[in-house]
Design a protein. Structure first.
Length: 351
């Protein structure tokens, strides 16, 4: 039996991939020098010559970053306009919601247990944020903001958008023309307009069209619009996964006397969802970033709260530091979703 070829060392792989020829060596060296230059100047500005403290006047005399603006405005960015004396509530509510998401993401809790955990976490979040019981001061939804609002809208849109997307994907592949036309019309209509249009429709048009008894809170309308938007894009991901399942799988399931529901739930969906892991995570990351658009309809998520923080003329010159702070939060959440998506791909990959 032939022995498998030995893997090259790290140094050998670097020479093979980066310095295989004079041209590639020149490009690699140029890129490394440019990267070193960028890293050095970033460290010099952000660390070596940075300014702390709480005085914006002292920052103006420095040549580096002024991280004092983050220390001064971090509460406003993280919690928005939520009352200062009650900000422990959005902190606890966000931790509970994130804990529910992390637990539901564990493979052992997939299914009904995970959905129950997410639903309980969402209910606990809303109760803590709204108050009005157990001596908690009532806080209207127009004062919700910052990171808690971003996390809540993302989880709500993805949690309710996923089953709606599956219904739309199955309806678009249905043999019934009415279902197929309705699903296709909905998907193409929602995907054909920007999210801002849906948000304006939910905030300003629905209250005019609906009777007064149906005019529920603006926060709920915006969350539903986000859910509809996510569902339309996710439906096409699921439809692609369903189409990737060979027809012979369905025929074999029918030959084993499995019902249509058993065939769908035990044969088709597991294969379709495995194929769609990467694009599904991509849609979820897009939903996380799209929550920043609610600022346009007067809801101040973490991006909108950043705009409020920069309205202070004393700290406005240091907007770069604030955008880096908010960008780091988005990057952390986005990377977390991407890493989890790669974990699922490795776990459910075909051996």
């Amino acid at each position: 039996m032939l022995n498998p070829p030995a893997r090259p060392s790290i140094g050998g792989r670097i020479r093979q991939e980066w310095f295989a020829s004079p041209a590639s060596s020149l490009v690699s060296i140029s890129l490394l020098m440019a990267l070193a230059y960028l890293v050095w100047h970033t460290l010099s500005w952000g660390v070596l010559h940075s300014m702390g403290g709480q005085d914006p006047l002292a920052c103006r005399a420095g040549a580096g970053a002024c991280w004092a603006v983050v220390l001064e405005k971090h509460r406003l960015v993280l919690f928005g306009r939520y009352p200062a004396g009650e900000q422990w509530r959005p902190l606890v509510a966000t931790l509970l919601l994130l804990s529910g998401v992390l637990l539901a993401a564990l493979p052992r809790f997939f299914g009904r247990v995970g959905i129950a955990l997410l639903a309980a976490a969402l209910v606990a979040f809303v109760l803590l944020m709204a108050g009005g019981f157990a001596d908690l001061t009532p806080v209207p939804t127009d004062l919700w903001g910052g990171l808690p609002l971003t996390v809540f809208l993302t989880v709500f849109a993805c949690l309710l958008g996923a089953p709606l997307a599956m219904v739309l994907a199955l309806s678009r592949r249905s043999q019934l023309p009415v279902l197929r036309w309705l699903a296709t019309g909905y998907i193409e209509l929602v995907r054909g307009v920007p999210l801002v249009t849906l948000l304006f429709f939910g905030v300003f048009v629905l209250p005019i069209v609906l009777p007064p008894s149906w005019r529920f809170d603006a926060m709920i309308r915006i969350a539903i619009c986000l859910c509809m938007f996510v569902a339309a894009y996710l439906a096409e991901v699921f439809r692609g996964g369903l189409q990737s399942v060979a027809k012979g799988q369905t025929e074999a399931a029918h030959a084993l006397s499995l019902s249509k529901w058993q065939t769908l739930s035990r044969v088709v969906l597991p294969q379709a969802l495995r194929v769609g892991i990467a694009p599904t995570v991509n849609v979820f990351i897009g939903a996380l970033k799209d929550t920043s658009l609610v600022m346009i309809v007067n809801l101040y998520d973490i991006t909108g709260a950043l705009k409020l923080a920069l309205s202070d003329a004393q700290w406005r010159p240091y907007f770069v530091e604030m955008y880096l702070f908010v960008g780091a939060i988005y990057l952390t959440m986005g990377l977390g979703l991407a890493i989890y998506g790669r974990f699922l791909e490795r776990r459910y990959a075909l051996k």
